[in-house]
Design a binder for this molecule. Sequence first.
Ligand code: TYD
Length: 133
Amino acid sequence: MNYKLIDLPVFEDERGALVPLESMAEVPFEIKRVYFMYNIPTSAERGFHAHKNLQQVVVCLRGACKFILDDGFDKQEITLDRPNFGLYIGNNVWREMKDFSENCIVLVLASDHYFEDDYIRDYNTFRATLNKS
Ligand code: TYD
């Protein structure tokens, strides 16, 4: 499946911890967009889409949440529960997010600007797309 777990470097001393994220280094693409989610109800479920071309790296900056990834054949459940752990998600991967902890903050780095045309928001359409490729 088109995803990767990335252990991010932490520079930690008595002043605290720092995690750098650079294009073409820890993040395997040029970062064109950054967004984050907060105030997420613990019962929320988000995502439910795939991307035709977009690549993303997700980091749970505070708290924890679960990602369910699905390439139409296999499913993987990944828990993001530390700020030095990145989840790379490539294109053509259906993702769902759930089990958000209280005060969870999720940061997303993306390889392109926001284009609604890049989204596949219907699971059956997603499956049909795979059969054609
Ligand atoms: P949505 O796709 O529903 O979020 P999720 O995948 O986490 O469930 O996005 C919520 C709203 O935010 C939707 O109206 C589109 C908008 N949005 C932007 O304007 N720019 C962005 O970069 C993103 C990711 C979303």
